[in-house]
Design a protein around this ligand. Structure first.
Ligand code: AMP
Ligand code: GLY
Length: 422
């Protein structure tokens, strides 16, 4: 069969690396892809938001299965569009993508169905929001309602920070229409865990747990990024917590979505705060995480393609997932300056020292082919994943792997996985 993957990050490189292992697959395309993906799939220069271009391509090439990586095409309705044209596509429909596309929708759903989450209020008026901040007291979390490329959440320790966040979202409108509404949430203190599951709207098939490191600097300091590294499993998630997460969060959310008439099929990703052994939902995403995918998918022993098909066909109850028992760690190599301003076009050395056949894997994110070699083309440039029975060894192998790579102003965190071995 012919598969098309949409996206261009480390997540998509990992998905394609896994899809290529399936005996069901003859050919993989990726739109738009990156330099690493181009080594294992045919890249098509179509943007993830170019729905008509992607649809044309999938029809012309008779693509048997399309897999969507990022949230943007999901919120634009790519799945509905492909379905209308009789094409099989893995991802949630436009209505369901609201779970990630609107934090107000997400919070109201949780509140209606009593899914544990931080207390919150919704505002459409900046002055009322500021009055509430004054009255409520610090700390608080201010969140733009819509998609803001991971930058629409500000954890505020001081009232001035909250006022500034409200101004930026609602008055200066730095996220555009995403700031028509905002949420002010109680600040939760605990440990974060990412819990992802496949669902066809009825069955919930969990993946192994993971934890990402969102902050740019060691010790989880500095501004948040898309994710600077991850590891799986998250040792915090023992059997007891696993069952609580399934019973209190994952199953009730899928049931709630079904009860509300959403035909939710795809990945349900819960960003959780664990407080005193209890899970609270910080956010839901309607897609695979990045860089969580780089540690979860290499641990999947089963063929991933039948899982995608079963989700699409509503037959997930027939699927069983087998996982490797090794732990996995991924460290992201970023361009110096990220998540602020950073350089592009710097030549990358050492990528050819990875053949991605064993337990040390190189996944490309912001890379591009130029005359003379592969260059950096984004904030997060590469990710290195290692697997090992011993998490400490996995961490050590990842950092040894990094020594093979060079590019100008390469930056990475030195403490990925520190919480797991504490
Ligand atoms: P989100 O995009 O909603 O996951 O928020 C991004 C990050 O902000 C999370 O990974 C947390 O570190 C932090 N965060 C979000 N909501 C809260 C909250 N209610 N309390 C404390 N931290 C939060
Ligand atoms: N790693 C965070 C995300 O994918 O949203």
């Amino acid at each position: 069969m012919k598969v098309l993957v949409i996206g261009s990050g480390g997540r998509e490189h990992t998905l394609i690396w896994k899809i290529k292992k399936s005996p069901l697959v003859d050919k993989v395309y990726c739109a738009p892809g990156n330099a690493g993906i181009a080594q294992i799939a045919e890249c098509i220069p179509l943007a993830v938001s170019d729905l008509s271009g992607l649809l044309d391509f999938a029809c012309t090439k008779s693509i048997d299965l399309t897999v969507v990586g990022p949230e943007l095409p999901l919120t634009l309705g790519i799945v509905d569009e492909f379905n209308r044209n009789g094409l099989k596509i893995f991802g949630v429909n436009k209505k369901s993508a609201q779970l990630e596309g609107s934090k107000v929708f997400m919070k109201e759903l949780m509140s209606k169905y009593r899914i544990p989450t931080a207390g919150f209020r919704v505002f459409t008026d900046a002055q009322l929001a500021k009055d509430y901040v004054r009255q409520k007291g610090m700390p608080l979390v201010v969140k733009a309602d819509g998609l803001a490329a991971g930058k629409g959440v500000v954890v505020c320790r001081k009232e001035a920070e909250a006022r500034q966040a409200i101004d930026e979202i609602m008055e200066r409108r730095v996220f555009g229409a995403a700031g028509d509404k905002l949420i002010i949430e109680d600040c939760l203190a605990g440990e974060e865990v990412s819990f992802l599951a496949f669902t066809d709207g009825k069955t919930v098939l969990p993946m192994v747990s993971a934890q990402d490191h969102k902050a740019i600097f060691d010790g989880d300091n500095g501004p948040n990024t898309g994710g600077m590294g991850a590891y799986s499993p998250a040792p915090l998630v023992d059997d007891n917590l696993y069952h609580k997460i399934m019973e209190r969060v994952m199953l009730p959310t899928v049931k709630a979505l079904a009860a509300e008439g959403y035909d939710y099929r795809g990945v349900l990703y819960a960003g959780l705060m664990i407080i005193g052994g209890e899970p609270y939902v910080l956010e839901f995403n309607a897609r695979f995480g990045d860089p969580e995918t780089q540690v979860i998918v290499p641990r999947l022993a089963s063929d991933i393609v039948p899982v995608f098909q079963a989700v699409i066909e509503g037959k997930l109850a027939e699927i069983e997932l087998n996982w490797r028992t090794e732990a996995a760690v991924c460290v992201v190599l970023a361009a110096g300056g990220y998540p602020g301003k950073y350089g592009k076009g710097d030549l990358i050395g050492g990528w050819d020292k990875f053949d991605n056949s064993g337990d040390l894997l190189l996944f490309h994110a912001g890379t591009a082919n130029r005359e003379g070699g592969i260059v950096s083309a984004g904030g997060r440039v590469l990710g290195i994943t290692a697997l090992h029975h011993d998490l400490k060894q996995a961490i050590a192998s990842t950092y040894t792997g990094i020594e093979k790579i060079q590019f100008k102003d390469m930056y990475y965190r030195k403490d990925i996985g520190h919480r797991a071995i504490r």
